[in-house]
Design a protein around this ligand. Sequence first.
Ligand code: FE
Ligand code: FE
Ligand code: ZN
Length: 280
Amino acid sequence: MLRIGCHLSSAKGYLAMGREAVGIGANTFQFFTRNPRGGKAKELDLADVGEYLAFAGEHGLAQILAHAPYTLNACSKDEGLRQFAYETMCDDLSRLSHIPGSMYNFHPGSHVGQGAEVGISYIADMLNRINEQEFSTVILLETMAGKGSEVGRNFEELRAVIDKVEDDERLGVCLDTCHVFDGGYDIVGDLDGVLDEFDRVIGLERLKAVHINDSKNPLGSHKDRHEKIGEGQIGLNAFAEIVTHPRLTNLPFYLETPNDLDGYQGEIELLREMASRQQR
Ligand code: FE
Ligand code: FE
Ligand code: ZN
């Protein structure tokens, strides 16, 4: 069965997210660990976590994906901001240790004029420091659209980060369909070719999750504007291929499309329909 869910608001806690996910036919979900603009996270409510874990067990919710605030910049020029990214991620990861099997996705960062090589080193430095804490959660680098000076604009940049991380055992990649399309990878015309390229450069065994978003903009536009499934430049046929591709179909898929809960429910139904049509 397709593992699919969407991004949910974490404001009301884990049990509320679990109920919301099940209510729209999802069997996984993504959430921000704190306000995406940064700032302090609420005290972790262990009773809520316990209730959520029981609920998740009963309803077959598995392996949820936490998303770091996108304002963190592990490769900022400013040492204070790099330290802030490190501390925030450590705090998130220590909370996530209460949710077995969860994964933690983050945007590698923006090098803002220092050059990708410097950015890559700072990001790897942070991951090496994080690894010293021996957190159990798998950390995912997200493929980026290449807006501005974003690091992770191609598979080679993510590979370069991974190469500099000493213990890369719990390090993976989350592929965002909108971002890679924006980055110039033609998942519409040549999905197999893009996956071969991913495999050659990074290794498909590193791919742990997919953000499934359409894109408002054409191939290679580096804009990062998500669109509803089938309403953008990627289009329905490509999504049917993506959710049924033998190299992808067992991964968890997360919608980050511009939708309310009803809209997400519809997209989850649509993608499940596509996946099951293929299987028959
Ligand atoms: Fe993201
Ligand atoms: Fe994403
Ligand atoms: Zn995006």
